[in-house]
Design a protein around this ligand. Structure first.
Ligand code: SF4
Length: 228
């Protein structure tokens, strides 16, 4: 794989990515973010779901100007949009809103796979144009299909994707929020540990996976943003 670092080209082989994964498994998230910024900036951004601002808090402490991408699908909860604004003001964020024109018909109802593909993945592709790497707040404990998620991986586009808090438990996240006064989406206190679009997100019961409220009663478990 060849990446641009300014005008300099940086190559990562599969073996090198495997070595980085071994190293990152035991590094604090802030060190992983520092590595990502040092290696890829300014061709680096991060995505945010605005469930909480933990990864944002960590990232802006390393690079206050880091580009944060939020995909406004047109179907978010009002609480999520209010959280976007709160987080933007709190951190003076370099926020890039990817706004989608609202669909005439409820595609999410007829064909959620195509809806996510058109609305979310299409906007992410646009946001990542010209980038060489991106970061996300994916964590292994969020769902059964995420337990083997690596810290660093090559995505379907050939870009490097870094998941700095992939090893964090729910307690780690809650502890960080409390210790650092991190803004959170108020829905997290109302039974929504994982928050997506309003038509496709329900609260979860005690003991359920955090993501079990997403596309409930369907086989769909991912929107496609994090498919490798
Ligand atoms: S989560 Fe639902 S509303 Fe949002 S893009 Fe996917 S199918 Fe459409």
């Amino acid at each position: 794989m060849t990446l641009l670092d300014g005008d300099r080209k940086v190559d990562f082989t599969d073996e090198e990515l495997a070595e980085l994964n071994e190293e990152f498994e035991h590094l604090p998230a802030s060190k992983i973010i520092q590595w990502a910024v040092d290696t890829f900036s300014p061709h680096l951004c991060m995505t945010a779901s605005m469930t909480d601002a933990v990864l944002i808090d960590l990232a802006v402490k390393v690079d206050p100007g880091i580009e944060v991408v939020f995909i406004d699908t047109g179907y978010h909860f009002p609480e999520t949009l209010a959280t976007v604004e709160e987080v933007r003001r709190h951190y003076g964020l370099n926020l890039r809103m990817m706004t989608v024109a609202r669909q005439e018909e409820a595609l999410w109802e007829a064909d959620p796979e195509n809806c996510c593909s058109a609305v979310k993945v299409g906007q992410l592709d646009r946001a990542l144009a010209g980038k060489q790497a991106w970061m996300s707040g994916l964590r292994r404990v969020e769902a059964a299909n995420r337990v083997t998620t690596p810290t660093i991986v090559r995505d379907l586009r050939g870009l490097v994707k870094i998941n700095p808090i992939v090893t964090w438990s729910d307690a780690d996240v809650q502890g960080y929020i409390a210790d650092h006064g991190v803004p959170v989406n108020p829905l997290t206190q109302q039974g929504y540990p994982s928050i997506g679009c309003m038509p496709c997100t329900t609260p979860v019961a005690e003991g359920e996976d955090a993501r079990s409220g997403r596309w409930r009663d369907s086989d769909k478990t991912e929107c496609g943003l994090h498919v490798m």
